[in-house]
Design a protein around this ligand. Structure first.
Ligand SMILES: [Mn+2]
Length: 309
């Protein structure tokens, strides 16, 4: 059984589907479980239609793989029940990984877990088919922000080139990932960006996505995914924060750092985690309260990390 994490992204989905295909080729019975809702932009991934929300009744897996999950909670409520009987193999690149597995393979130097899966397939002698290559290319493309983030290492580009040689189609995949946005997504983005505030002489920017905006734009919260990166494109910015109103007493934050602040550490103080440059958290507080707490902590972190004279 293979688990992806909730708020599924290209890395967790690409790795899960790629590894599932490889194991099925070897005659193994594989279930791929990812907590819903699944982002519609990834429906083009080979094998996407096989993803299930819940394990089939009576299935008792011996081995459970996790790809790209920093902690067990990231994979939903079904996990604990199933994982009781199984050996858990935890494959991830988040430095904050809680090492919840019986076997933990954590490589913080991997730009995407997709690269770790490539190594595993090579190691165990599984062929990388064109469909496996496409899934792993998506993992690498999306986790490097379209080969733009700092984690776009020579190794990432070499692995991408190899996947292209093996049948991944970079132009086609880029179109599927970056040029298939529904109108509703851009409408929501416009509304959220209209709430943008830039503070501390341009070092901090933040914006909000509220429930009324979702209704007005006919959009789902998952469509807010790209807004943080638009915020983060402001010249000279050090920290970008997007607040998402999930319900009256639950607010999610997405954080991006281009300065000295460790976004993962900032989010960890609110029970979240992630990478130095990109992190998130779920806060059990109404939006306005979360905004107050998080902005106070963010400003303190900016000043502590590099006080500007
Ligand atoms: Mn990842």
């Amino acid at each position: 059984m293979i688990f992806g994490h909730k708020d599924a992204d290209g890395d967790t989905l690409g790795c899960s589907l790629a590894f599932a295909e490889a194991l099925r080729t070897e005659g193994k019975d594989i279930w791929v479980l990812v907590p819903p809702p699944l982002p519609p932009m990834y429906t083009f991934l080979p094998g996407f239609e096989d993803i299930q929300a819940e394990p089939p009744h009576g299935v008792d897996p011996q081995l459970v793989f996790f790809f790209d999950s920093g902690n067990l909670e990231r994979s939903g409520s079904a996990v604990r029940r199933i994982a009781e009987h199984a050996t858990i193999i935890n494959i991830d690149h988040h430095p904050s990984n809680t090492r919840f597995g019986d076997i933990n393979v954590i490589d913080p130097n991997a730009s995407a877990v997709g690269q770790m899966v490539m190594e595993m397939l090579d190691h165990f002698g599984y062929a990388i088919t064109p469909t496996i290559a496409a899934n792993l290319y998506v993992a690498l493309l999306t986790d490097t922000g379209g080969f733009r983030h700092e984690n776009t290492t020579p190794r990432a580009l070499e692995d991408a080139a190899r996947l292209a040689h093996l049948g991944a189609d970079p132009g086609h995949i880029a179109t599927q990932v970056y040029k298939m946005r529904p109108e509703t997504t851009l409408k929501l983005s416009g509304m959220a960006l209209a709430t943008m505030r830039v503070e501390m002489d341009g070092r901090l920017a933040w914006a909000k996505v509220t429930k009324p905006m979702l209704k007005e734009a006919s959009a789902a919260m998952a469509e807010s995914e790209g807004i943080i990166d638009t915020l983060n494109s402001i010249a000279g910015l050090e920290l970008a924060i997007l607040f998402k109103e999930v319900s009256g007493d639950l607010t999610k934050i997405s954080v991006r750092s281009r300065g000295a602040v460790d976004a993962a550490a900032l989010c960890a103080s609110f029970g979240g985690g992630g990478h130095i440059r990109a992190a998130g958290a779920e806060i059990d507080k109404p939006m306005d309260v979360a905004v107050k707490f998080v902005l106070a902590a963010a400003k303190e972190a900016i000043l502590a990390a590099s006080p500007r004279s």
